[in-house]
Design a protein around this ligand. Structure first.
Ligand code: 6R9
Length: 652
């Protein structure tokens, strides 16, 4: 038996063509998409080189498109540019000077709009301040902030002076800050006194103090603090500086330097499923090019659109699709500080109505929460401004996809289910909304220029509907360049298995129509009597039952079958009805067959998730097997795990 094969059991027949008027006005229609694919197939280097010259403002042209010495790629060699110029300066004399670049809404309802001109000025002032403090090209700067405009300003100012920002999600602990700041030897931390989350203060500065206590983070010289919550904090005069005092005397003019195309733009730590977090490095030109193009192609961004990505900028989704992509396109990007259910579960729909949001990009974990809260919340609002919906972060269960389409998109908006990773920099597999027919649960096709494939253990493409490993055959401009300070880990993790081909770490299959289905992380694959099952399909079957909100499926060792399926399930109305366990097992058998029948179903009020909303199956597998759960540092809410453990002890 080929032990990399994954058996696919889910069948999905619904298909939705792009609405005719959407296709007519789309940035990319089927014809243009085919032209791009053709151009790439004829000559990849020319394809990328032409795009790079058309899209980016170069201070010095490049002489070579790609230098590929696997696993190390260099793109646009000899070229020089400044990424903050791509986001800001280039728009100032194109009629966008007074256009809203960022519309910001705080959790408390406060609103700030920054035009391109205003944002440019603030970035210049902060860039001047950083330079005055001695921050230079190549220095690392940690950003640990709430979702306030200063976060965007700080990142763009780093890019402007060639310092690498290292954003640490504002929900992380002091230990997580320490690991990331020490791991990349940051000279400076930019933070805020606090942030607002569901009406309470998140004490960011206190957490930074804790990370720096007792000689922690010795590379850090200064801490810049934005005033946000204005509560009392401790202050170290020799180290801490208020943001407002720092920028007060700074000029709004700053002459940007040019940097090499390959100059690292930022570090972003990603936990992955195993091991300590990796500091993914992205390079300037390639990352800028691809986030710009995908923003235009996948989100169909138009001059008048209000575009909203609900991610936190602390994740790659926020980096690429709140900041760098939309700003390079000269779009209006909305930034929201708070939670989706504060003060009420209709906060998002209220924002969409008030700001006239046209394009909305969120995560399956949020969509499943909206489903649970009930369709009456979006129904209260006029969502007719919406014309496109997006999803990212996890496989979206067909049931959630259909709910999203109906209750948010009112059956009018195409849905783009975008598969990509911190490491890929930008979208890789996604429908083009004006060109690609969509199927609930499938990310559909690789974007033009991306050679994604599904292969077996020997690297051969698998047949239709056979599951295998998702790879990318050729380098692309926005791919990670390495793992900070650890080329060996970069090589082993992504190129160790197939030499010059990128291993994504996800299982996938391609159906007879050429659509790609992501089946979950390879580490989560379950082997029942020799059948390798992806978690996604069994979970989607469970979620399609009306009583179920979310499901996470893991393996438990089984003497007879090798592994048995244990499903953790959250319910629509928290109390399991009589015999629901058997009803759900039968439901799975009915939906996909006896092979996928869960041996056990456990009802739980919540599933353990990472702070970016991904279900942590690894911890559930530990619980199901009676092991002590492993590394829990990326867990959003440790109480969830405690209650699961208690439940298990009670059962034992
Ligand atoms: C952008 C982002 C990457 C992992 C990836 C995969 C999962 C992301 C997905 C998806 C199915 C999608 N993932 N988007 N799975 N369909 N549309 O989330 O980056 O945090 O690095 O996570 O997320 O498993 O490998 P990152």
């Amino acid at each position: 038996m080929n032990d990399d094969k994954i058996d696919s059991i889910l069948q999905e027949k619904r298909i939705f063509n792009p609405p005719a008027d959407f296709a007519k006005n789309a940035n990319l229609n089927a014809e243009k998409l085919a032209e791009l694919d053709k151009k790439y197939a004829e000559d990849p280097d020319k394809y990328w080189g032409d795009l790079a010259r058309e899209e980016l403002v170069w201070d010095k042209d490049f002489h070579t498109v790609l230098d590929w010495k696997p696993p190390f790629a260099k793109w646009f060699l000899g070229g020089e540019l400044n990424v903050s110029v791509q986001c800001l300066d280039r728009h100032l004399d194109t009629g966008r000077r007074n256009k809203a670049a960022i519309i910001w809404e705080g959790e408390d309802g406060e609103q700030i709009t920054l035009t391109y001109q205003q944002l440019h000025r603030e970035v210049c002032r902060f860039a001047n301040a950083l330079e005055l403090m001695g921050i230079k090209q190549g220095d690392r700067v940690a950003v640990y902030m709430p979702m306030v405009p200063e976060m965007a300003i700080a990142m763009l100012a780093c890019a402007r002076i060639g310092a690498l920002h290292n954003v640490i999600f504002g929900g992380y602990s002091a230990q997580a800050i320490k690991d990331r700041v020490e791991g990349s030897e940051c000279k400076l931390i930019i933070t805020a006194d606090g942030g607002w989350r569901r009406g309470k203060i998140v004490p960011l500065k206190d957490t930074v103090d804790e990370a720096l206590a007792n000689g922690g983070c010795p590379s850090v010289e200064k801490v810049i603090v934005v005033r946000r919550t204005a509560h009392e904090i401790t202050w170290d005069k020799s180290r801490d500086i208020w943001w407002d005092e720092l920028i007060a005397p700074q000029s709004g003019k700053h002459t940007p330097k040019s940097f090499d195309a390959e100059h690292p733009l930022f570090i972003l730590y990603t936990s992955g499923t195993t091991g300590s977090p990796k500091g993914v490095i992205h390079a300037s030109a390639g990352y800028a090019l691809w986030t710009k193009l995908t923003s235009r192609w996948v989100f169909d961004l138009k001059e008048d659109d209000v575009y909203w990505c609900t991610a936190d900028i602390g994740w790659i989704t926020g980096h690429s699709y709140i900041l760098y992509g939309p700003l390079q396109e000269g779009a209006t990007t909305l930034m929201f500080e708070g939670a989706p259910n504060y003060p009420e579960p209709d906060r998002f729909w209220d924002i969409i109505e008030r700001h006239g949001v046209n394009i909305f990009y969120t995560a399956p974990t949020a969509i499943r929460a909206f489903m649970k809260w009930g369709e009456e919340w979006p129904a209260k609002h006029d969502l007719s401004s919406l014309r496109l919906l997006g999803s990212v972060g996890e496989p979206i269960n067909p049931e959630a996809w259909m709910w999203y389409r109906e209750h948010i998109g009112h059956n009018q908006c195409p849905i783009v289910d975008t598969w990509w990773q911190t490491e890929t920099g930008g979208h890789m597999i996604s429908p083009i909304p004006g060109a690609t027919p969509t199927v609930p649960g499938s990310a559909t096709r690789a974007l033009p220029g991306i050679e994604a494939d599904v292969v077996d253990r020997d690297g051969n493409s698998v047949g239709d509907d056979e599951g295998g490993l998702l790879i990318v055959r050729r380098p692309w401009p926005a791919m990670l360049r390495t793992v900070y300070g650890n080329d060996a880990r970069f090589k082993a993790g992504y190129f160790g298995r197939f030499g010059d081909k990128y291993l994504a770490g996800d299982g996938a299959r391609r159906d007879a129509n050429g659509n790609i289905w992501i089946m979950g992380r390879i580490d989560d694959i379950i082997n029942v009597s020799g059948h390798r099952l992806g978690t996604m399909e069994v979970e989607s079957a469970l979620v399609s039952h009306p009583d179920v909100t979310e499901a996470a499926v893991v393996a438990r060792p089984d003497d007879l079958k090798g592994q048995a399926i244990v499903a953790f399930v959250t319910l629509e109305n928290d109390k399991p009805g009589e015999d629901l366990e058997n009803i759900l097992k039968q439901h799975v058998v009915h939906e996909i067959g006896a092979i996928a029948r869960p041996a056990e179903i456990r009802f739980t009020p919540a599933l353990p998730k990472t702070r970016s909303g991904k279900i942590m199956r690894r911890l559930l597998a530990d619980i199901a097997a009676g092991r002590t759960p492993g590394d829990t540092t990326t867990l959003e809410d440790s109480k969830v795990l405690d209650s699961l453990k208690e439940q298990m002890n009670a059962k034992a």
